[in-house]
Design a binder for this molecule. Sequence first.
Ligand code: MGD
Ligand code: MGD
Ligand code: SF4
Ligand code: MO
Length: 669
Amino acid sequence: MNHHPARKCQNVCPRNCPSSCTMISYVENDRLLRIAGDFNHPYTKGKLCAKGFSYTEKNTHSERLKYPYYQKIKGSGKFIQITWEKAFQLIVSEMLNIYKHFGSFLPFAWFKGSGNIGVHHFVADDFFSSIGETTRLIGSSSLFSGCQTVENGHDALNRFNPSGIKEAATIIIWGANPAATNIHLIPFIFDAKIKGAKIVVIDPLFTQTAELADLYIQLRPGSDGTLACLLIKHLIEQNAVDKSFAPIHSVENHDFSKNMDVKEYLLNCDVSEEAFNLLAGWLTNAKTAAYVVGTGLQKHANFEQTIHSIETLAEVHGDTGKMGGGIYFRRNNTLLFNNQLTKQGVEKNRLLNIHEMSKRNSSPNQHPVQMLWVTCANPLTQEPNANEAKRWLKEIPLVVTVDQFMTPTAQMSNLILPTTTHFEEMDIVASSWHKEIALNERAVSPFYESRSEWRIMTELAERLKQHLPSHCTFPLYPSEEEYLNAQFNEQVFRHYSIRNVLDLKERRMTGVMAQDVLSDRQAYSETKDDQPSGKTTESPSLDKSVLGKYPPKEYPFWLMTPHHPYAFNSQFHFLQLSDETEAFVGIHPKAASALGIKNGDIVKVYNQQACIEIKAVYSKQVAKDIVLIYQGWYPESEININELVTNQHPESGNETAAFFDTFVNVRKL
Ligand SMILES: Nc1nc2c(c(=O)[nH]1)N[C@H]1C(S)=C(S)[C@@H](COP(=O)(O)OP(=O)(O)OC[C@H]3O[C@@H](n4cnc5c(=O)[nH]c(N)nc54)[C@H](O)[C@@H]3O)O[C@H]1N2
Ligand SMILES: Nc1nc2c(c(=O)[nH]1)N[C@H]1C(S)=C(S)[C@@H](COP(=O)(O)OP(=O)(O)OC[C@H]3O[C@@H](n4cnc5c(=O)[nH]c(N)nc54)[C@H](O)[C@@H]3O)O[C@H]1N2
Ligand code: SF4
Ligand SMILES: [Mo]
């Protein structure tokens, strides 16, 4: 056998993670030997998380899909291995049937998740906008690629280089757990701490991040907006007595500054006066405050009011636009490249919410969706009300899933197409957080028969063009690199000063930062210094109706299902990176013993939607009315926590993404 010395390649982690780390992979004889962090990366600085280092294992894991598989009956498990040619035949013939019957591809739906955020993977969007009208399925989990609420209305706030947080004098981490989910931010928070900054964590769970805090506030879920309003009131009153502290903005129409019973509100937030006074004092004295806003706030029905209150607090305190200050949140993925801007197609497309769809109760042949293409997604595990998700998936005559593993969603599909990992394809990943962009090189050949998504869509388009030449405008390129090159445009150039893959290659990809960050830096140094801006902000309203109302009597526990420190949504669980390989429910020892539950007992966790059996673990992380189960896929426990998680607004019953407004009861088995 020929022996080639180890070759180095650059890869970029394409997970939906703020860090978008670059990594160096060492390859010998077409095998991935090991992975190292990339010390040249200006933000991640050579550090990877445990999941990043586990890629050598993950890439050739025995459970990785090797071949295309087909089963006639979804969920039967009677998969037969088929050839790619056969797989394309099945797909094309079903597409032609649909076209003949309906005159368009409208009943052909696609569902794309956040499994891989690279530019390459927008090839699915590209394909579906090239075949005329189709249906894009949207689920609640689709909402969380980034912080949409904040982004939509307040893009101007999103102008930070996150490492700037080291300049802040007070950092409030609000509904986020960066020690687990955004790890490269932590060293910058420590830098701030060394300079004397106070670190405050506000979270109903005592998280890994809370352990690092100077002040931890275990508030009642959903009451953050109220707490922010109390702080605004404090700052305004403070300003009246002490002119040295001047709010930058004034607040119009505020009804909460005068006759408000602060004590009563604090009680409703479960926040002690002592903690409140400490925080209010730090904030009054802090020159700049940074607010790290996480998805924990967004996953409540009242999130708009909450976010608006926190934004108002930042404005009143004068943090917006100051170096190190203001709101830190993750943007939705940058949409700059041509295949990310297939808006024309999207507008032509029908958007269908999966929960709306399942309410229709139509018979299979009247079903609005006759065929479904799932990619980068595992909705059966990740969508709230998982049983409902399973029902709608079952009704669709042909479901095709493109994945690397036999996920619960793949198991409920008719056709499974094995796809490459980022070590086996070329891609470009732009961070949704620190604004670097980097090239991912192909390091090794595809695993067995897996194919890249570009190749899959290209081969499908070639076949479709033979039958319906005028109905598929998907462009055919000879290679991934040429496909990627075709996605560059003026916007990309303005943002990153690169015109093609070669430009990225030549720069070794590191240090390629968005231009607007550089100019913003200058803008910071010129910003006003504590001058009242004369601007006013509409007051956030205090949502009194929510206070003290939840949890309801019949389901006296909030169910918190945050992101797992050693997993990535439904990915990585089988790697057993943590001690707890089985799912467990964390419960306060006092709440547990009141129910006769001992540490390690199997218990029932139930609500109006579902009932699951799961091991109870005594936990001091939770308050007495909260239970904790990390979200994700637990192949060993065969339970799905999202069966319990709601997709309905607790008041109106309308569909929401209020995952964390889920209430349950717990019973000894
Ligand atoms: N290790 C790891 N990293 C990840 C991921 C992963 O699965 N694992 N997923 C990635 C993705 S897709 C995302 S969206 C991000 C998410 O990153 P984060 O936004 O940090 O999400 P969570 O870890 O779920 O943390 C949300 C926190 O909000 C708290 N919370 C819940 N309700 C409330 C409330 O009412 N008020 C307050 N103040 N806090 C509340 C929860 O207890 C939890 O600690 O992480 C990314 N990074
Ligand atoms: N209870 C509860 N549920 C939640 C959340 C929560 O906090 N609590 N968080 C929500 C959030 S924030 C999010 S973002 C969603 C995430 O949910 P999803 O978007 O479904 O994300 P993942 O589970 O990370 O990945 C989905 C699939 O993509 C596959 N995949 C990885 N790389 C590729 C690739 O290159 N090509 C293809 N075709 N597939 C690939 C993975 O193997 C995996 O099976 O979950 C949501 N669900
Ligand atoms: S999951 Fe996030 S922190 Fe871990 S290697 Fe990937 S980008 Fe880096
Ligand atoms: Mo997410």
